[in-house]
Design a protein around this ligand. Structure first.
Ligand code: SF4
Length: 342
């Protein structure tokens, strides 16, 4: 897995060294990871729902959480979005947005049968993995999909070719999978996993199936890997790392794990600053702060203010990459595209 992903420029040595220069000042300080927060896929998904509200008015239905962030979901709900678990909950002819995590062909077919108008906010990097599944399934490969059981993205991706895909979540799953032809096996992955843990799972699979093929390109997305690189760069200096993100956000949860593995003494996930337990700050000098790919930066700013009020006012940004990537809005919403919501 590469650290410098497409659409990403490696940080200059000055931006990384800025942290080192201040490290000797002692006392309370905050190291703030960059990149952090919103990725291009989340930005696109949130704008998609906002534009749908503007263009078509409420109610706009969204299947599942548009992105895994409590603040984003609550804010959109207040503006007239109705979140549903299944398309069967949307009234006939209603407008439904598919979330950034993607959906299976069965979900699309059900929406069509029920005459729903659809807008697809699936992240293009998730769609890329769907296409890989289809391609390898057409070539009759057994596909080992590394991912977390029950995660919406995994359900959508597996649903592209359920008869070819087996989910590998835990090390025990590696022992359980069965393949028809060991020379026709490939591994693919969910986009928001821990890079290191995924490679461990791949090596376990390779020990069983030495001919296993690699994905044509990294499935773990640039945003997930960049945020892990940034938190790793500062973790060893941190007595405490606070990750802003929601419990059901895979990439946010991974940031907590990566911080601990990279040497942070403690790490916690919080949705809001007020969730920080003041006792976590006992004996702490350096606090690391980062946020998951579905987190608006306003929540990080609130956490920085909360820390500043308690004496952690010295904030030094630790930059490991500069992200430039952005995605076009779904076709149905592009001005002048001449298409309308089905
Ligand atoms: S985390 Fe990655 S795959 Fe998920 S929405 Fe963001 S860019 Fe897309």
């Amino acid at each position: 897995m590469s650290a410098a992903s497409p659409g990403t420029e490696p940080a200059t040595s000055e931006s990384i060294d800025a942290r080192d220069g201040a490290a000797g000042t002692g006392g309370k300080r905050v190291l703030l990871a960059k990149p952090r927060g919103y990725c291009a896929g989340v930005d696109r998904a949130v704008i998609t729902v906002e534009k749908a509200l503007e263009m078509y008015g409420p109610p706009v239905y969204v299947r599942k959480e548009i992105v895994h962030n409590r603040h984003v979901v609550d804010t959109l709900r207040e503006r007239g979005v109705i979140f549903v678990d299944e398309t069967s909950e949307v009234p006939e002819g209603g407008l439904v947005v598919f979330s950034a995590h993607g959906v299976s062909p069965a979900v699309r077919a059900e929406a069509e049968e029920r005459n729903l108008r659809t807008i697809d906010a699936t992240c293009p990097l998730v769609t890329k993995v769907h296409k890989e599944v289809n391609r390898f399934a057409r070539n009759d490969f057994d596909i080992m999909l590394i991912g977390h059981e029950g995660h919406e993205e995994v359900e959508g991706t597996s649903g592209e070719a359920p008869e070819h895909v087996q989910l590998v979540d835990t090390p025990e799953d590696v022992d359980k999978v069965q393949v028809r032809d060991p020379s026709k096996v490939v591994w693919l992955s969910q986009t928001t996993l821990s890079v290191d843990e995924t490679m461990e799972r791949v090596e376990q699979l390779r020990a069983r199936f030495p001919e296993i093929a690699d994905p044509p390109s990294d499935d773990i997305c640039y945003a997930t890997s960049n945020r892990q690189v940034a938190v790793k760069a500062m973790a060893a200096e941190c007595d405490l790392v606070l990750v802003v993100g929601s419990r059901n956000s895979s990439n946010s949860q991974r940031l907590v794990e990566v911080a601990l593995q990279a040497g942070a003494r403690r790490a916690h996930l919080v949705d809001y600053a007020h969730e920080v337990d003041e006792s976590w700050l006992d004996g702490v000098e350096t606090v690391g702060v980062t946020s998951g790919a579905s987190v608006p930066d306003v929540l990080v700013m609130e956490l920085l203010q909360w820390l500043s009020d308690r004496g952690w006012a010295d904030v030094q940004e630790v930059t490991t990459a500069n992200e430039k990537i952005s995605f076009a809005l779904p076709r149905e919403l592009r001005a002048g595209a001449g298409s309308s919501v089905r």
